[in-house]
Design a protein around this ligand. Sequence first.
Ligand code: SF4
Ligand code: SF4
Ligand code: SF4
Length: 272
Amino acid sequence: MRKYAPSIALFAVFEAVAIALWLAKDNLFYLLNFTYIGASVALGVGLFIQGNKNARRVTQLLVGLYMLVYLGLICNENMQIEGFWYYLFTGVFEAATIHYAVAKIFGPLLFGRGWCGYACWTAMVLDFLPYKVPRQPRKKIGWIRYLTFAASLVFVAGLFLAHVGNIERIMFWAFVFGNVAYYAVGIAMAFAFKDNRAFCKYVCPVTVFLKPMSYFSLLRITCDHDKCIQCGKCRRVCPMGVDMLDDSRKRENGTECILCQACVRSCPKKAL
Ligand code: SF4
Ligand code: SF4
Ligand code: SF4
């Protein structure tokens, strides 16, 4: 049972958030929502501990589909960055703001870009594509993320400044079309750059939050240099181009690690 301690600890963290929000907001939804997400994450970690190769994908599908289909399409919650701005402007600390605070702004201080590896519904689809490891050198076009970030903010601010009516309905359709656009651009970029995660590296506006916060992440991949034989297998399987052999926070692409564990699984010496 001891080997499942990380799985149980993660579930406990989510459950603490679930109970705190349930009591603070007097809303059972938060208890059920974070319990479900915590159970999905704990299941994935438990499967990983058992050596199951699909562990991460199981969590990714359980959480990603729940957020996209149930919260987004059925409950009409815009869980994309536009939804975050929308709730922020209305001054309501509800679904999208809480989601961003937990998964994308403060959570990364603890679990880095775990969201990107285990929960994001955009990457859930992109990870099915054939280029799991980039086949081309990284491009210097990461500045695009700041444009998409600004565009999302300007779009929602514009709706408020123009006093557009029925913004809630507009936000629902923004969620639908926004996701269609993300998938279309993400899939096109994956094939163009021969890299499933090209969208994550260059375009995704959420990384404007994720990258600086995950720099300080408590949970990170480090290398036991006494065990490492410098075979380089780990670096060859990393989808994000992280130099996981360098333990410093300033390592190459350090804020890109999605904790997918591909490097850990590939290491013949269990040095990571
Ligand atoms: S970078 Fe953006 S699209 Fe990629 S996994 Fe993270 S949140 Fe999702
Ligand atoms: S392969 Fe390792 S370093 Fe690269 S993203 Fe996955 S966990 Fe992070
Ligand atoms: S795969 Fe393991 S042994 Fe090989 S370089 Fe990476 S950490 Fe070192």
